[in-house]
Design a protein around this ligand. Structure first.
Ligand code: HSE
Length: 444
């Protein structure tokens, strides 16, 4: 039953997600009231420019440039402006005034999450952020609530839609990186600053948020090892295809046992650490992640009791991401009606972040060499001295006038440090003309 309370909702930002959220609040008011137990009154929408064109027509009388005044007296503040400031100041002001906050601001949470969650705890308010990671896919609440009694070993997946779109176009249509990026830009898939997507910052922010929840530890973007897709060429995609792989930009959040073996499920936390990383990697074409096409996202969660779980769906899009925001708004409204404090974070485990050199992985290395007797033996010697065991070797016959060939070496699993040191030694050796590419192999 609706208790005829009215909750004042302030919306900060009316971009592609914000304008859809405003539209849903206005057009679904009755249903939302039934579900949340109170009328949700959209008190106003703070924007930078009231005359800017928008995806959805919004009542002009709701638009204001005065976010500070709008926040005062609000029960729920929805922050969809993005960026660090003034979003951080507005969220802290909202929490300090007793409002619950709903945000999709991954950059802010990945850098100032600890400050914001502490502020919420102090006043007993809630901060919800389902929209911050993987668009429409419910992944935050499952990690925070549904799996809170389990022990997460690993999270692994595609959390950036625009780079997935680009890599997928290159793979399926044979486009160059520049052509695929141009199409992604035309379709509005890339962030206003495309380097956020292309250089892996966006995925790293999301990985930091997921790892914080999974490992009950504050993880900031500075703790995330990050490599983007700038170096991925059509030739590398084609080489991967020939070898039965596809290249995906992956986020990996992993619990490392003492000593560095991945995926430990021992109950003893002593000496454990975590690894949080984003990089392009080879995935077998048989792996379910290989069939995540276009701008979609998919996240695998490996938990000690639950086993393997997979979350899949739209990773971006105004309306799709607005769905995640609206779920948080209804929850915040229910909390407001029921009373009591908001469910805070539980970052008490404080696991240290291990350097990238400690992870275990497989490499696939492509070398350009002179096609002469003894070359392969010298390469094998360098790999053996580095303690790296070879799983596969393939040589592409020389076609160029200089008689150079490509040798593709797949390694067995080894410590990243040993692999990267060995690649450096190969690079420096006189038998290797050029290290053409180095990619990790994941998902096996
Ligand atoms: N730039 C992001 C992406 C948008 O491509 O996934 C959604 O967070």
């Amino acid at each position: 039953m609706i208790d005829h309370r009215r909750l004042r909702v302030a919306l900060l930002g009316a971009g592609s997600v914000g304008s859809q959220v405003a539209h849903l609040l206005l057009t679904h008011a009755e249903e939302l009231a039934e579900r949340s137990g109170a009328e949700l009154e959209l008190a106003g929408i703070a924007v930078r420019d009231v005359d800017a064109p928008r995806d959805v027509d919004l009542p002009r009388e709701l638009l204001t440039t005065d976010a500070e005044s709008l926040i005062v007296g609000s029960d729920i503040v929805i922050e969809l402006m993005g960026g660090i400031e003034p979003a951080r100041t507005h969220i802290l002001a909202a929490l300090n005034s007793g409002a619950d906050v709903v945000t999709g601001n991954k950059a802010l949470l990945a850098t100032h999450g600890a400050e914001i969650f502490d502020a919420a705890d102090q006043v007993g308010a809630s901060v919800s952020y389902e929209a911050a990671v993987a668009g429409a896919i419910p992944i935050i609440r499952p990690l925070k609530d549904s799996l809170a009694g389990d022990r997460i070993k690993r999270i692994f997946g595609i959390v950036n839609g625009s780079t997935n779109f680009i890599l997928d176009k290159m793979d399926r249509e044979g486009l160059s990186a520049d052509e695929a990026q141009r199409i992604a830009t035309e379709l509005g898939y890339l962030e206003a600053d495309p380097t956020l997507d292309l250089e892996g910052y966006d995925a790293a922010q999301k990985a930091a948020i997921l790892a914080s929840l999974a490992f009950h530890t504050h993880v900031s973007i500075d703790d995330v090892h990050r490599e983007g897709i700038e170096s991925i060429t059509a030739d590398m995609i084609e080489g991967a295809r020939r070898a039965g792989f596809v290249i995906k930009l992956l986020a990996v959040c992993e619990r490392l046992a003492a000593g560095g073996a991945e995926g430990a499920d021992t109950a003893d936390a002593d000496g454990e650490s975590i690894s949080v990383r984003v990089y392009p990697a080879l995935i077998s074409r048989d792996h379910p992640l290989a069939s995540v096409h276009g701008g979609n996202n998919a996240v695998f969660v490996e938990a000690a009791a639950a086993g393997d779980l997979m979350f899949y769906g739209a990773g971006a899009g105004g309306l799709q991401t607005a769905s995640a925001v609206m779920g948080d708004v209804v929850s915040a409204a229910r909390r407001h009606i029921a009373g009591g404090v908001g469910v805070g974070e539980s970052p008490r485990q404080n696991l240290p972040t291990a350097p990238i050199g400690r992870i275990m992985t497989r490499y696939q290395v492509t070398l350009e060499v002179d096609d002469e007797p003894g070359v392969l033996a010298r390469i094998a010697g360098i790999l053996s001295e580095g303690g790296v065991s070879v799983a596969t070797v393939e040589q592409t016959p020389s076609t160029d006038a200089e008689g150079r060939a490509h040798i593709v070496i797949g390694t067995h699993r080894a410590r990243e440090q040993a692999l990267s040191d060995t690649v450096a030694r190969l690079q420096a050796s006189d038998v290797v003309e050029r290290v053409v590419s180095v990619l990790r192999v994941e998902g096996e």
